[in-house]
Design a protein around this ligand. Structure first.
Ligand SMILES: *Cc1c(COP(=O)(O)O)cnc(C)c1O
Length: 490
């Protein structure tokens, strides 16, 4: 299978590229993205065939249908990383919370957030392509907390790949910072920046576009790449768990095969939701995908009113920071799928030039056939965390909690809902402790203990250990020094 481009083709570029090429340089003509030429059609036959398959068997067959240019041995090795999840027979448990509401838990990997679902296997795939080409890659990552730990964990000690990870010093939770600064491997460099997440993100964008930086890297025989969520190498692994979650509901006798469900997705950059959209297109019976947001509700407004409007709009910091995003990159792939390359280019140009684009009413109707949306404030989210815990004994993190609001406003009772849980309680413990007990300004260490007491949950060993592990990544610098620091590391 080859990959085509969301904004049409620049004459300097090939018409189609392979999966490997789309992974190594994910930005297509005119700043667009790569998408598969045609999605494999799986249909009910595939679902029936895999009703009793393991996660890995399902994944392996689905990936085979994409016919990508990656050897089967590499795919098998990549998928074997799911064996390190909490339950090696099932990396993604689907739990019934109450009548009609099920939670698909995507956080049982090594860094306790859903980024592991895609980044774990992606690390193996990228490293194998680099080895095959006999090239060395520098992966740049900027993180507000979840991507950094997951990227470091997956590339740790992998051949032909080095990672430089930028984070805002003081701008992440203690657990997230410790997950990064305790990572000890020669191919990893973690850099704290005196500034906020935007400073890290802007520095990354500047470096990715800088000709002089590229030349400096060439002298060190290194190429530049990024592991952000526009990379199709991540998206492909995010289709699998939507199919798996549907089959889990059939296995649990919650639905019969063919019955439609809602997918309710806490969204930021839209990778998770896009995986659900592709799963639907490939044959999973879905009623609608519900997009849940926090106070940064640009996606809610797009899906309700047809306008992607960033004018007079600034990111606000919320209790669900992994969703504090204004430019939700993967929406572009849905626009392309529904409206084609010419229109997508037009809309994305409007966004870049005028900070706004507007769909026609026909286009909005088309979009709304697939999506509905709502947003949840931090205060509402904390109310839901407490309520769901007290009534149903189920503890969720603040990102997952945004789904409860939209579950109430967008989902009809007679259809089952699969809400996706993107982080374990351990990653956002101060907010959860506050929701459960009212305690304010607790540090992670104390918040973890108080949640553990109230909810009678054990703090996982890999979180507990962080507080006694030595800090090996000690660099904290001004943003002007980043380039120099990275070149020194190489
Ligand atoms: C990354 C992340 C999200 C957003 O996922 P997208 O695929 O970017 O929409 C939501 N919750 C958590 C905890 C995350 O880490």
């Amino acid at each position: 299978m080859n990959f085509i481009q969301t904004r049409g083709i620049d004459t300097n570029r090939a018409k189609t590229v392979t999966f490997s090429q789309a992974i190594l340089s994910p930005i297509a003509s005119f700043g667009g993205l790569y998408v598969p030429e045609k999605l494999p059609e799986l249909g009910e036959e595939f679902l029936n065939k895999h009703l009793n398959s393991s996660y890995k068997e399902l994944a392996s067959d689905m990936l085979a249908r994409f016919e990508i240019d990656i050897d089967k041995e590499v795919i098998d090795k990549a998928l074997s990383l799911y064996d390190k999840f909490d339950d090696r027979t099932n990396p993604v448990p689907v739990v019934k919370v109450k009548e009609n509401l099920y939670v698909s838990e995507l956080y049982h990997g090594p860094t306790r957030a859903f980024k592991d679902m895609a980044l774990q296997p992606f690390g193996v795939v990228l490293s194998s392509i680099a080895q095959r080409l006999n090239e060395n890659y520098l992966i740049l990552a900027a993180t507000s907390g979840d991507t950094g730990p997951a990227a470091l964990e997956t590339f740790k000690n992998r051949a032909n790949v080095k990672v430089a990870c930028l984070y805002p010093d003081g701008g992440t939770s203690d657990v997230q910072r410790l997950q990064m600064v305790t990572e000890d491997a020669a191919n990893l460099k973690v850099i704290g920046i005196n500034g906020v997440f935007d400073d890290a993100q802007n520095a990354l964008k500047r470096l990715l576009a800088s000709q002089s930086f590229k030349e400096a890297l060439e002298k060190k025989e290194t190429k530049l790449s990024a592991a952000n969520s526009v990379n199709f190498g991540r998206i492909i692994f995010q289709i699998i768990y939507h199919i798996h979650s549907y089959l889990e509901l059939v296995r649990q006798d919650a639905i019969t095969m063919g019955e439609k469900v809602y997918l309710n997705v806490p969204s930021g950059n839209f990778g998770n939701a896009l995986g659900g959209y592709y799963a639907w297109k490939m044959g999973v019976p879905v009623e609608k995908i519900i997009i849940s947001s926090n106070e940064n509700n640009v996606l809610t407004r797009l899906i309700r009113d047809g306008k992607y409007d960033l004018r007079e709009c600034a990111v606000v910091s919320t209790t669900s920071p992994a969703m504090d995003i204004l430019k939700s990159s993967n929406v572009e792939r849905v626009l392309f799928d529904l409206f084609g390359a010419k229109r997508t280019k037009e809309l994305m140009n409007d966004l870049e030039e005028k900070n706004v684009y507007e769909l026609s009413s026909d286009e909005l109707n088309e979009l709304r056939k697939y999506f509905d949306a709502d947003f949840c404030t931090g205060i509402e989210g904390k109310k839901y965390i407490k309520q769901i815990f007290e009534k149903y004994n189920y503890l969720m993190d603040p990102h997952t909690a945004t789904c409860i609001k939209s579950y109430e406003t967008c989902c009809k009772a007679e259809i089952k809902t699969i809400a996706y849980s993107t982080a374990e309680w351990t990653k956002f413990s101060p907010v959860i402790a506050n929701a459960l007990t009212g305690e304010l300004d607790t540090k992670d260490m104390d918040a973890l203990q108080s949640i553990s007491d109230v909810a009678n949950l054990k703090i996982p060993a890999m979180i507990q250990e962080l507080f006694t592990k030595p800090t090996v990544q000690k660099t904290v610098i001004e943003k002007e020094q980043i380039e120099e620091e990275i070149l020194k590391f190489l």
